[in-house]
Every structure is written in structure tokens, then in C-alpha cells.
Design a protein around this ligand. Structure first.
Ligand SMILES: [Fe+2]
Ligand SMILES: [Fe+2]
Length: 374
């Protein structure tokens, strides 16, 4: 960000001043032409700080750019150790044993990790470049790259934004997308696929070469990554449609509607791979148990591990027929919801107060955006 963020109260004051300005103009004006001229002047005033975008559209794109920077940062850490390091996604030199453990989930895991990482990088770079092209402030998190890298052979030793070595992974997406009756937008809740991952703190990459053995330990780390991939990408799959409902400009809507579904493509891929995570107990952490997902308490037709498409579910109203949809897509507080979800998984453990303040400001701005129909 080029400018320092203003506090929410100041923003609210600014908005109410502008609203009052519009009313005052309306009351004092006799001619419609004069009113139109003044209203467009006021509108220009509203857009001033965001270039040619409305303040709301710029805020939504800035929050999404920041979210994509965070996604890139975590995917980059996965790619350095378990993906493919090349000119498209440079950095790191790979960890043979971690890469091999990931390939137990699918022989192409390294390719998919590489491609997911590249996608996030392009999302981040594109959204920020678009903001800049419209004269709007961009999102920049560089000063928060302070978290340590893995010490395992293959990882770059650079400052990180995210921590994927102490994760608490919410795996309810596994049961949520298989439910035919429950939708989180109706307040419904869902059981964890891997309860042990949703408690405690678990590495999703080897923290050092000590984590490479015994084989069931590095497999538990690869399994954790396999579920974390789905958790992250289902979040993106919901975030884009949630925020799209607040976008004003059709071109900004096109951006959000064109990036969002790629998150769903990621999610579907990872849902398929997570289903192949072998059942095991981590020998270095016996509380970390990966159960057989085809057996009780899951199992049965709805929980077959080869299911990768959403089951149809109640949508908008219980009076309407069930529909196969992304869920949740509620728009109220969705940016703050995403920030809380990422924070709760431990992704920012070790980050500064300033980081949380900055991200909260970006999320609140995005959630304050309103669709402004002209
Ligand atoms: Fe993305
Ligand atoms: Fe993504």
C-alpha cells in the first residue's frame, strides 16, 4: 500500500460526509442538469482515492490481492520441498522423501503443487497490476515477511508470511460438500473428516531433515499437506463468489468471476487427492491418526473417497429444490470470515500485531463495500 490505512471511524466519517454532501446538493438545487453535474462531481470525489474504481471495488480487489499474496507464500513453501522447481516457479531444490510421500496420494502431486503455486502467483500479480492500472493503491505485504523457513534440505532460507509448520487443519469441507441437507449459509455445522488434524499443531512440510524419517512420520506430514491443500482452496472457492456480490463495476466482476472458479478447480483436485491419504498413525505424534475414510463413522455412499463433486444441497430457501453449489457463499462479513479462518488454522503463528492490524483493515474495507448500481 502506498498510503497508510485510515481507521474505520475515519472512513465512516468520510462516507457520511459524502452522503450528506449528496443530500445537501439535492435540497439546494433547482435544475436537474445542475444536480447531475454535481452528483458526478461527488462521484468523482468518491472514486478519487481509488483511481477509476469505486472505493468498494478497489477495497475488494486489494483484499483479494493480499489473500493471493498469502496463498502464494504458503504454496511457494510447498513447491520448494514437494513440487517442481523451475523457471515458472523458482526457488528451492526439493526434498526427495517428502516429494515421494506426497506422491503416495497421486503420482502427479509435484506437478499439481507447482501449477497451484503458479496460479496463485499470477492471481496476486494480476490483481495488483490491475489496481495500479486504475490508479488505485495496491496490496503489499513485503514488510511482514518475517517468519522462518523450514530447515529441511531443499527449502530456501528466506522470510515468510505464513507458517505451515504448526497447522490446525479444519477438514469439515470433506463432509460439507457431501451433505445433501446441510448448508453452512443456513448455520449448519459439519463433522471433521480427520478430527486429529483439527486439534493440536501439525507440520505440513518437514521442519528439518529430522522429519524425513521414519516413513510413517513423513507420510503423516504429507497427509497433513494433502488435507491442508483442500482446506485452503475450498476457502478461495467460497471467498470469490461471496465478495462478487459486492462488486459494482462489470469489469471488476469479470475479474472476480474469472479467478474464483480456478480456486474451485484447485479444490476439486485436492479433494480427490486427499481421499488417497493412507490410513496411519504418526509414530512421532501418536495423537495424529488418519482414519480409513471409507469406514465408520464416515464411509457409505456419501463418503466414498472417490467422490469429488458436490452433492446437491438446500440453497437460498428450504422451499426451493436442492442444487449443486459452492458453499458457503453468504456475503456478509466474508472477508473478515476468511481472515479469521486463516488465522484459526495457525497460518500466521509468529506474525506481528501490525500484520493482523493491516489485514483486518483490508478485510473490513472489503466487507464495507456495497454494490453501487448506477
Ligand atoms: Fe488464488
Ligand atoms: Fe487458490
Amino acid at each position: 500500500m502506498k498510503e497508510s490505512r485510515s481507521k474505520p471511524n475515519q472512513k465512516a466519517n468520510r462516507r457520511s460526509f459524502l452522503r450528506k454532501g449528496v443530500l445537501a446538493v439535492g435540497a439546494a438545487t433547482a435544475g436537474a442538469g445542475f444536480l447531475a453535474t454535481r452528483l458526478s462531481a461527488v462521484r468523482r470525489g468518491l472514486e478519487e482515492k481509488s483511481g477509476r474504481l469505486t472505493r468498494g471495488d478497489a477495497s475488494i480487489l486489494r483484499f483479494l490481492a493480499a489473500a493471493e499474496i498469502l496463498e502464494t507464500d504458503l504454496w511457494q513453501q510447498y513447491n520448494e520441498l514437494g513440487g517442481i522447481q523451475d523457471s515458472e516457479v523458482p526457488g528451492g531444490s526439493g526434498s526427495l522423501l517428502y516429494t515421494a510421500a506426497l506422491k503416495v496420494l497421486d503420482g502427479d502431486m509435484d506437478q499439481y503443487i507447482h501449477d497451484n503455486t503458479e496460479d496463485e502467483l499470477t492471481h496476486e500479480v494480476f490483481i495488483n497490476a490491475y489496481l495500479a492500472s486504475k490508479g488505485a493503491d495496491t496490496a503489499d505485504l513485503d514488510r511482514f515477511r518475517t517468519l522462518p523457513s523450514s530447515k529441511a534440505t531443499g527449502a530456501q532460507q528466506i522470510g515468510r508470511l505464513t507458517n505451515i509448520m504448526q497447522l490446525t487443519v479444519d477438514t469439515t469441507w470433506w463432509t460439507r460438500y457431501r451433505s445433501r441437507t446441510k448448508n453452512p449459509d443456513f448455520g449448519d455445522t459439519f463433522p471433521q473428516a480427520i478430527p486429529a488434524l483439527a486439534a493440536g499443531q501439525h507440520p505440513a512440510i518437514p521442519r528439518s531433515d529430522d522429519d524425513l524419517t521414519p516413513s510413517d512420520h513423513i507420510q503423516a506430514i504429507a497427509n497433513t499437506a494433502g488435507f491442508h491443500f483442500g482446506t485452503i482452496e475450498q476457502g478461495g472457492t467460497s471467498l470469490y463468489p461471496s465478495l462478487a456480490q459486492r462488486v459494482t463495476n462489470v469489469e471488476v466482476l469479470r475479474i472476480v468471476l474469472s479467478i474464483g472458479p480456478t480456486e474451485a478447480m484447485h479444490f476439486q483436485t485436492w479433494q480427490d487427492k486427499a481421499g488417497n491419504a493412507p490410513a496411519l498413525t504418526d509414530p512421532k505424534d501418536p495423537t495424529l491418526v488418519f482414519p480409513n475414510l471409507n469406514a465408520s463413522p464416515l464411509g457409505g455412499e456419501d463418503f466414498q473417497t472417490n467422490l469429488i463433486m458436490p452433492e446437491p444441497v438446500v440453497f437460498l430457501s428450504r422451499q426451493l429444490p436442492a442444487c449443486s453449489i459452492v458453499r458457503p457463499t453468504g456475503t456478509k462479513g466474508s472477508a473478515m470470515g476468511a481472515l479469521k479462518f486463516l488465522t484459526a488454522m495457525g497460518l500466521f503463528l509468529g506474525q506481528s500485531k501490525e500484520f493482523f492490524g493491516f489485514m483486518t483493515d483490508l478485510a473490513e474495507d472489503a466487507d464495507e463495500a456495497r454494490r453501487d448500481v448506477e
